[in-house]
Each structure stands twice: as C-alpha cells, then as structure tokens.
Design a protein around this ligand. Structure first.
Ligand code: NAD
Length: 306
C-alpha cells in the first residue's frame, strides 16, 4: 500500500483514482473544481485543500491535467509540486501534453532532485473506469519500473517507451494515426454507402480486410453498424472534437519542430477546427463524417439559426 497524491480529478482522473483506492492505496486528491473533488471523495479519495497538502509525505504524485500549461503551472508554479513535495516522492504525469512542456518538467524535476516520468494513457473514459488503460512511460529505467508498479491497477498494458518525453511522443503519434484512420474511415464508409453497399456488409468486409483499423471497429461513423460508435447517438461524444483537435495539434507542433510534413493531418485538423468554429466542438470527433456526406451544410444552417 502506498500514499498517492493525485492532482486533476476530471473525466479520467476520477475513475483512475477509484481503481487505486480499490487496490488498497491511500489516495489524496486535489482539483480546482469542488464538484470533481466531491465526486472523487465518494469513491474513497481523501480530499486535500491544496497541492502542498496533497503531496505532503506522499510516496508518489500523479497529475492528470488538460494541457501543457496546466502541467507546467502545477509542477513549477508557486506552491506547486516541486516546491511542496519531498525529493523522495516519485512524480508521474499522465496528461497528454506537448513534448516541449514534458521536457521542461523533466529537466526542472531532475534539477530539483526528483525522479519524474511522462506516462500518458490511451483507452478513454471506459478504459479508465475498467482499469484497462494502456500507459506509455518515458523516463529513467528505475523511475519507470517503480511507476509501473503503482500504475498496474489502472492499466491493461504498461509499455516502457524509453527516455524522457518518449511516452508523450508515443501517445501523440498513436493519436495522429487514429485521427487519420478516422478520416479515411469516414470517406470509405460514405462512398461504400453511395455505391449501394449495405452498411453492415461493407463493415464486415473492411474489418477483416486491409481497410481495418481501431477507428473502423470502434467509431464507425455511420449509425447502426458498431454499437460503441457515437454515430448511433447523434454524435454525443465518446471523444470530443475539442480534445481530438488538441491531440492532432500536438502532432502538428511536433512535426513542425522536426521538419516533418504531415499533409493528411493538416486536412483532418482543418475539419476539426471548422466543426469547432460552427459551435460543434463538443460533439464526437467522428462528426467529421459530415464533410463527406454533405450534412455539414444542415448543421451550419442550424448553428446560424440559434
Ligand atoms: P478533464 O478536463 O475532465 O479533467 C482535468 C481536471 O484537471 C479538471 O477536473 C480540472 O478542474 C483539473 N485542473 C485543471 N487545472 C488544475 C490545477 N491547476 N490544479 C488542480 N486541478 C486542475 O480532462 P480529462 O478528460 O480527465 O483529461 C485529462 C488528460 O488526459 C488530458 O490531457 C487528456 O488529453 C488526456 N486523455 C483524455 C482522454 C479522454 O478520453 N478524456 C483519453 C486519454 C487521454
């Protein structure tokens, strides 16, 4: 049993901490949102009034925050983790953030005498609740090994990706492939439909052929084929367009920094951004099918009428 501090108890941090509590750990949580804190408390997390109170005497600190700016401020800011924790505490960031911020926090943590790993996750809210997330863990081997023991109750797969920031690099590149696959699944699905193929018959073909992908199997953008897909529920989100836009933006930033042309990803990002401009950023990211099936014009007209 360990004493674990957890900063960021939102859609992911909430269910992830519930699994740590179930595994017998003492979890002290902190979040700016009192609702998030109260929901975590109902799952056995002990609420803390500040970062300093949460991390005091903890064996490890996890952070699960929206973006790089939040992670930088929580680690490096006044009253933040590096200022408040003791150097024996293992630091683990599971947020999905830009490589530069991850590198900055790695360097600052090492300079202050801490062990820190970047450990972003894949698997969404359902994986967080089920304790089956994939963790990609980057950092010094001893820190990665110790973090992996604590990660275990939240995870189906733990992959050591290499040195500092490689966890974020793996996560960003994985999601780049996911969104490009999603966009091409939208094109194939709509074209097959217009060529007179039964939706389910085409899905049966593609899912056992070279058109297969996780996006095809899980997020099929035409309703009535795959039960897990948001297309069955008017694109009520399993993964919002806002979040998808953030993630593909991280890939494009990394591509610019490394001189890598990502032509497909730029097109997909333009579609996410257009949905956001139309006020549809809260819908599921598979809503980009509307650029292929022509329904975007109706959505735009509806948005303009509101
Ligand atoms: P979320 O917005 O639901 O939760 C983030 C929480 O952090 C919020 O409760 C917010 O109040 C809190 N917070 C923000 N700034 C804070 C601060 N300074 N101090 C304390 N608390 C603070 O986000 P989420 O969906 O839980 O995602 C968290 C991270 O996980 C993101 O980086 C996201 O990209 C990544 N992720 C999300 C999913 C998903 O399906 N939601 C899947 C994989 C990875």
């Amino acid at each position: 049993m360990a004493v674990i501090a957890w900063i960021g108890l939102g859609h992911m941090g909430g269910p992830m901490t519930a699994n740590l509590v179930k595994a017998g750990h003492i979890v002290r949580g902190y979040d700016l949102s009192s609702e998030a804190l109260a929901a975590a408390e109902a799952n056995g997390v002990r609420p803390a009034a500040s970062i300093a109170e949460a991390v005091s005497g903890a064996d490890a600190v996890f952070t699960m925050l929206p973006k790089g700016q939040h992670v930088r401020s929580v680690y490096l800011g006044e009253g933040g983790i590096l200022e408040s924790a003791s150097t024996g505490t293992l630091l683990i960031d599971s947020s999905t953030i830009d490589i530069e911020s991850a590198g900055t926090v790695h360097e600052a943590a090492a300079a202050a005498g801490f062990r820190f790993v970047d450990a972003p996750v894949s698997g969404g809210m359902s994986g967080a609740a089920a304790g089956t997330l994939a963790f990609m863990v980057g950092g010094a081997p001893d820190a990665v090994a110790d973090a992996s023991v604590l990660i275990e109750p939240m995870s189906g797969n733990i992959i050591a990706t290499g040195g500092p920031t490689t966890g974020q690099a793996a996560k960003i590149c994985n999601n780049l492939i996911l969104f490009n696959n999603l966009a091409s699944t939208c094109e194939g699905a709509v074209l097959a439909d217009r060529l007179g193929l039964d939706k389910e018959v085409f899905w049966n073909v593609a899912s056992v052929s070279s058109g297969d992908s996780w996006a095809l199997r899980t997020w099929y953008p035409l309703a009535g084929v795959v039960p897990t897909a948001a297309s069955n529920r008017d694109f009520s989100p399993t993964f919002t367009t806002e979040l998808a836009n953030k993630d593909i933006g991280l890939a494009l930033d990394a591509a610019r920094a490394t001189g890598t042309p990502l032509v497909l990803a730029e097109q997909v990002q333009a579609q996410f951004e257009r949905l956001i401009e139309l006020g549809l950023g809260g819908l599921d990211c598979s809503k980009i099918v509307a650029f292929v099936d022509g329904s975007l014009a109706d959505d735009a007209a509806r948005a303009a009428a509101v």
